[in-house]
Write a protein of this length. Sequence first.
Length: 194
Amino acid sequence: MKASRLALSLLTAIVFLSGCFDSGKQVSGSNFRRVINQRLAGHPDCWGLTAGNAVDVTTPLRVAANDTFPPVGGDFQRELIAAQAAGLVSLAKETGQSPQGEATLMFVVTVKKPEAWDKQNGLCVGHRVVERVGSWLEPTNNTTEAEYHWHMEPADGFTLDILKAAGFQLEGDSRMTLRLTDKGWEVWQDRWFD
């Protein structure tokens, strides 16, 4: 009887204390790391002609070698070189003609593995993952800025060696501005490209 009363008292105390602390709203490196990782996972390093592009990847794509496109992730030549090294695409160069009639260098991209092409983002080589949150500012007006160290996590079919050879930064330091809401911390100003 005493044991069951003690267990019931202990369980009641645990339930009460767990309701007193909303860990998702606390100012902590672990909360900031979780929120920043969620944002980074939703923004992989990809190459696509335009955001939300639904390109038919069963036929070769022709893109100007000096064009920057509105990138979904970064410099498209890096992604293409990495994808070629991973065996996902083949690249060839040819001379084409611009709309103004000038000769222009073109990449001919043939996708060898269409399943590697994300219909929303294009060809994704990986995404950043937070290793540690180093510091943050004392929150004012429910807002803080957190500094963190990240590393690149390769997507399926890619390795760190392939990404390094293609010129990707494999780790670095960056920061994000976070805001406390009713649901907990969230990214307010996204500056992960720093």
